[in-house]
Design a protein around this ligand. Structure first.
Ligand code: HEM
Length: 221
């Protein structure tokens, strides 16, 4: 029994740590993408650096992909375990009802983000890998901005991106704040940390929405 509790706590901690790691990724990803709407040159320089630096390509990128896959797999495992546990035991009307609603919400928003990532990899990551490691095309440091812009021509594609970022906000709203609790961060800074997480959950997805819309309308004027 105690082994079970321990392992379920371990799963929550693992979920929280991988989530916090992805939050850092989101922040840097947003920062780079945000430059595209006011300085295409800066965006090109940063993308060129990220796309050609061996440390980023062969160390950080595999860690990131592992982090994404790990977070999704653990999310599904937690969901399945929670459901089973509830069917057998947690039939009390305490916090359980609330937690079950939240966990359903997290798996739903997580699935939307997973679907978005499928589209997003198809849009950017796969062409990038083909460009570099299949075609061995010569590197052009100024190609990134205009490749980016092309992806936001379609209003449907832009709409799907925007909708996905709304779900990203929902996911972060619960996930980021509760990750502090899961890693045992419980002190006088907890209230501030929760507030910070909630602000982040709104500001970053909203920023991604702004970037998508600006790129879309830049195509059409
Ligand atoms: C307006 C919003 C966004 C834009 C314009 C954008 C743009 C890009 C671009 C240009 C790349 C290609 C990087 C490369 O050359 O490999 C990329 C990769 C990626 N993006 Fe986004 N992105 C956006 C939002 C997001 C969001 C919200 C997430 C996560 C939920 C995300 C996750 C990723 C991941 C995991 C990769 C692969 C990173 C790599 O290993 O290269 N992106 N994105």
């Amino acid at each position: 029994m105690s082994g079970l509790i321990k392992s379920s706590i371990a799963r929550k901690v693992a979920m929280a740590l991988s989530g916090l790691f992805l939050v850092f990724f989101l922040l840097q990803h947003f920062t780079i993408n945000f430059t595209s709407i006011f300085s295409p040159d800066t965006f090109n320089e940063l993308s060129h650096f990220m796309g050609t630096n061996p440390l980023v390509q062969f160390a950080l990128q595999p860690v990131l992909i592992f982090g994404v896959v790990f977070h999704f797999i653990m999310g599904f495992v937690l969901e399945v375990k929670n459901r089973n546990a509830r069917a057998v035991k947690y039939a009390k009307y305490s916090g359980g009802a609330n937690a079950s609603w939240m966990s359903r919400n997290m798996i739903l928003s997580g699935l939307v983000i997973l679907a978005f990532l499928g589209l997003h990899f198809y849009d950017f990551w796969i062409p990038e890998m083909v460009h570099k490691y299949v075609e061995f095309a010569p590197e052009d440091p100024t190609r990134y901005y205009h490749e980016l812009l092309e992806k936001f021509v379609s209003p449907v594609r832009t709409g799907i991106y925007v909708l996905s970022f709304v779900f990203l906000a929902l996911h972060l709203w619960h996930g980021f704040a509760s990750s502090f609790q899961s890693v045992g961060f419980n002190n006088k800074f907890s209230v501030g940390a929760t507030k910070f997480a909630k602000v982040f959950a709104i500001v970053i997805p909203l920023g991604f929405i702004v970037v998508s819309l600006v790129l879309h309308f830049n195509n059409n004027h």
